[in-house]
Design a binder for this molecule. Sequence first.
Ligand SMILES: C[S@@+](CC[C@H](N)C(=O)[O-])C[C@H]1O[C@@H](n2cnc3c(N)ncnc32)[C@H](O)[C@@H]1O
Length: 385
Amino acid sequence: MTRWENYLASAAKIIGAYQGSLPLHHFLKAFFKEHPYMGSRDRRWISQLVYHYYRLGHWGKELPLNERILAGTFLCEHTSTDLLKALQPAWDEQIQLPLEEKAALLGLPVTAERIFPLVTELSPAVDTEAFGLSFLQQPRLFIRVRNNKLDKVLKLLQQAAVHYEVFENNATIALPNGTKIETLLPEKSWYEVQDASSQQTGNLFRPGKNEQWWDCCAASGGKSILLKDQQPGVKLLVSDVRRSILENLQQRFAAAGIKQYEARVADLTADRFPATMGQQKFDGIILDAPCSGSGTWGRTPESVSFFNQEEILKYQQLQKRIAYNVIPFLKKGGALIYITCSVFRQENEDVVQYIEENSALRKQEGGVIAGYGQGADTMFAVRFS
Ligand SMILES: C[S@@+](CC[C@H](N)C(=O)[O-])C[C@H]1O[C@@H](n2cnc3c(N)ncnc32)[C@H](O)[C@@H]1O
């Protein structure tokens, strides 16, 4: 067997064994640990083959596995690769063709629906075709520059000859995926790693000085840091059902130089939860809800193959329950920011409708934040008052 045939065989073995129960990158790590003779170059080629395969979603299920794996590389790559040159030279010669012509060569149309069959579940504002086809491209890495350190950050990126794009807001920077950002930018307080669409949700926060805010599903605090950067004087309560993630938050806050806040473990669906809150009321509540994460699947493309559609409704029920339980803690005239990283209508517009039907809150602004055009996640964020 040639080196390239070995790579293809290893990719096929991984795909055959992977059942989706843990993230693909963990599975690959474990696989390579069991095969220590594979060097870093081998690991890179094999991982790339596997990822390209999962980027196809449900496309090409009728093809033999090896052909589908190679088709993944053909459709996702735009410049010649040594592997394709060795195993499918006719395709490699056509690697720069537009997608429709590549599809014609493969004899199978490449459409959003073939990649992502759940198109009928999408929020109406999501451009089905653009979203579905975006899976063929690896998303970019984004950072948010803090503390007016843009010049310093750009200088270091230029020194390292990293290709970057600065967005109009002079805070969001797009970088190639895989950029070793922690090594390039050793001063942690200068930036946060945060997807461009996630950064954009902050446009809805607009906290007033000394207001009381609650980030009720805070996880490791991405939205909270965004909020504090807008208004350092905000009195902040962060909570999450997972104690371990709040420990991460505490470390992240310390690195970001944020000291003034209160952290609490809270299950917002528990019957006893309201009593634990006492008389507290907030000017703003950020509800960044647990969700399918479907707007981020470009980063975990294996999810398209393994997601069970019935999960959408389960997430919706959880989102409704959490919203119902936290809304009473909003002051009159306060703002509720409902956020998901989902593209599904049931988790987005349907929950907005539920909130309006079950409270005095009304949607003021917001909706889908489409990231697929710029190599970012797609999110949904609405401000209610
Ligand atoms: C989408 S994540 C939040 C991301 C975070 N806001 C950020 O910007 O990094 C949703 C969070 O909701 C939490 N969660 C899930 N069920 C919950 C519940 N019943 N009560 C409280 N938090 C819950 C999860 O642990 C998870 O950390």
